[in-house]
Ligand binder design. Structure first.
Ligand code: 13P
Ligand code: SF4
Length: 360
């Protein structure tokens, strides 16, 4: 059955030529990502969508916020004008492919937090920074309030950008990326406040922490990366002398701090590719990527850092059947599962995304 689906997908790709671009995130399963024209981490995928020239449709094998970002960047005003007003259609093969972390911050909660925070500190000196793993409305919020988007590959440079323009950073939705980045730069403290959108009242300690801290975090996390624990690192170091630990910065601080290398999925791949044969790794990121690295690098010894399965269930929703279904519909003139960001949100989120694309 999957052989037939592979053939049907390839038939549509052949028939549509350059007008179709399939983008894939590194966490996609092998049988899906093999059909993608280009793959990347979130930063690279944003650059690819922003620079696409010939395509009229992007089928995004990733999650919802990635497809939204592609729609915003591929259809920004100057691009639309250069195509005589023709939109690039962005399709997400399964609309249920979301991101549990992005869902931990809704725009109404962020706006409420901003207003409540304004009762305690001067928010005109606070720069909001949203991790790209967020809804377009949060990116638009950052665009409207002098803020910026970051990815796991440029978070420290984005923090520098922010502190050139303000006194504090309000970082959402991932507390771990925010904490790991701020601590790594020496600008965070143990007491960095974590804004809890479900705690209706701010206790006195939180108020004081807000006044004292240069970085305010949001109580969000990745359900996949929170599974990696310091005891997993200790276990590998004990049982595999010489092993190096490579993690994604969405891992909790206790893991990130004791890892040998921490970085985006793109950096994880480059780190393994550039290592000599015989290098031993325990890698703390999504299972499909780690398994692919294992298969591609038999000359190295690669382990998955956790004893339990940590996979991104929403990325996994993109399968051959959904991909084939949306491609064949497209070929037959029927657009299904289009991701379309409204003009107002596009305008403001673009401001924050374009700032991000200037910060490597
Ligand atoms: P990268 O930008 O590092 O690919 O991360 C995306 C993501 O969702 C990690 O969980
Ligand atoms: Fe979101 Fe985590 Fe999946 Fe990345 S791995 S898309 S942060 S749920």
């Amino acid at each position: 059955e999957s052989d037939e689906l592979h053939q049907r997908i390839e038939a549509v790709r052949q028939s549509m030529g350059d007008s179709l671009l399939l983008l894939g995130h590194h966490y996609q399963q092998d049988e899906v990502i093999q059909h993608c024209d280009l793959r990347g981490d979130s930063y690279k995928l944003s650059e690819l969508a922003a620079s696409s020239e010939t395509c009229r449709t992007i089928v995004f094998c990733g999650v919802h916020f990635m497809a939204e970002t592609a729609d915003i960047l591929a259809n920004r005003p100057e691009k639309l004008e250069s195509r005589g007003g023709d939109r690039v259609t962005v399709i997400l093969p399964d609309m249920a492919a979301g991101c549990s972390m992005a869902d931990m911050a809704a725009i109404a909660q962020v706006e409420d937090a901003w207003a409540d925070m304004g009762e305690i500190i001067d928010t005109s000196r606070v720069i909001p920074v949203t991790y790209i793993n967020s809804a377009a409305s949060l990116k638009a919020f950052c665009g409207r309030h002098g803020g910026i988007v970051c990815t796991s590959s440029n978070a420290a440079s984005v923090m520098d950008w922010a502190f050139e323009r303000g006194d504090r950073v309000f970082f959402f939705p991932d507390q771990h990326l925010g904490r790991n980045t701020a601590l790594g730069m020496g600008i965070g403290t143990e007491q960095m406040p974590v804004w809890d959108p479900y705690a209706l009242e701010l206790g006195g300690n939180t108020e004081q922490a807000l006044r004292d801290s240069r970085v305010i975090l949001w109580k969000g996390h990745c359900s996949v990366h929170q599974m990696f624990r310091p005891e997993h690192v200790e276990g590998f170091r004990k049982n595999h002398p010489g092993i190096k630990i490579l993690v994604h910065p969405e891992c909790p601080r206790e893991v990130n701090d004791i890892a040998d290398v921490s970085g985006s999925t793109g950096k994880i791949i480059d780190t393994v590719r550039n290592s000599p044969p015989g290098t031993k790794w325990a890698i703390g990121t999504e299972l499909h990527l780690v398994n692919r690295l294992k298969a591609e690098h038999p000359e190295q010894e690669i382990h998955f850092l956790s004893p339990v399965v940590c996979m991104c269930a929403t990325m996994y929703r993109i399968d051959l059947a959904h991909l084939c279904w949306c491609l064949e519909n497209l070929r037959d003139g029927c657009v299904v599962n289009q991701i379309l960001v409204d003009d107002e949100t596009t305008l403001h989120s673009l401001v924050a995304l374009q700032r991000m694309l200037k910060v490597k």
